[in-house]
Design a protein. Structure first.
Length: 288
């Protein structure tokens, strides 16, 4: 059922324009606001309490699946949760705007769209990058991981409860960081743990979908590192797995969209690789 849900959702997600109520951020924001209204999420909240609030909805979903739903209804629930959680229409729209600005040579607009993506933990890195295109392209690789690859891996491992836990933690961490909330550090620590294994699996996929021999040393350097942020692991490996050719380097000098396009293609191939790996594991009986 895991494979069927993935195939169904990935097919529909590319064809259907989802409204806000069909995207996870709508429900995460409502849940976060409810926690704040009840005084459960404040500057005095303990780390363990915050982590419990993140996993509680997942535990409820797991209990509902185990005790109330049969196989057919569980399949429906898991598919709906995955459809709501995967992808990010707002980021896709920003990417299209960036490409249009790059095609007309508007580097100021490119920089503006890069800022719109904003990753709180890496804003200083992005500001010091050598070019807007490079910063944008590597950040797109990270966002593709967060909204596709990581969601898929958590779904394969734990089903709908895993997806709920990851997406709730991810969106909450981003919101708290953007608001400079006192609990932002605690949320980042949780995300570090949740991303540790998935980001290394995703980076391994980049080896097979890109230049294996060139990216392998980079992956081996980070695979057991407990100090390297997930963002750095993924972007470092992706930059080695898919380097620009001489012609692309020349084109990048006057068109900032060259590298983002290359890295986005790599990320899309990696999603297909993860789907193929899931298919093999399903046929082998390792995944139900």
């Amino acid at each position: 059922m895991i494979l069927m849900s993935l195939l169904l959702v990935l097919s529909i997600e590319r064809l259907v324009a989802k409204t806000s109520k069909w995207h996870g951020e709508f429900y995460v924001r409502a849940y976060r606001e409810w926690l704040e209204q009840k005084g459960l999420l404040s500057e005095h909240t303990k780390d363990l309490a915050l982590w419990f609030y993140m996993i509680a909805p997942a535990l409820i979903a797991a209990a509902v699946e185990a005790w109330l739903l049969g196989a057919a209804l569980t399949f429906v629930l898991q598919t709906l949760v995955l459809f709501v959680a995967i992808g990010c229409p707002a980021l896709r729209a920003t990417y299209k705007c960036f490409l249009n600005a790059a095609d007309r040579g508007d580097l100021q607009a490119c920089s503006m769209y890069t800022d719109q993506l904003g990753h709180c933990d890496n804003q200083e890195k992005e500001a010091s990058a050598k070019s807007e295109g490079r910063s944008f392209g590597q950040h797109l690789t990270w966002l593709n991981y967060q909204h596709y690859a990581a969601v898929m891996l958590w779904f394969v491992a734990f089903g709908a409860p895993g997806v709920i836990f990851y997406c709730l933690s991810r969106n909450t961490a981003d919101a708290l960081c953007a608001a400079k909330h006192p609990m932002a550090a605690s949320a980042r620590h949780l995300m570090y743990a949740l991303d540790f294994i998935p980001v290394r699996i995703t980076a391994l996929g980049l080896l097979f979908m890109g230049h294996f021999s060139r990216a392998l040393p980079e992956w081996l350097k980070y695979v057991l590192s407990v100090k390297t942020p997930a963002y750095d692991v993924l972007t470092s490996v992706s930059s080695k797995a898919e380097m620009l050719s001489e012609d692309e380097l020349e084109a990048q000098a006057y068109n900032a969209s060259v590298e983002p396009k290359v890295l986005v293609k790599l990320a899309k191939r990696n999603v297909m690789f993860l789907l193929a790996a899931t298919s093999i594991l399903t046929l082998s009986g390792f995944i139900a």
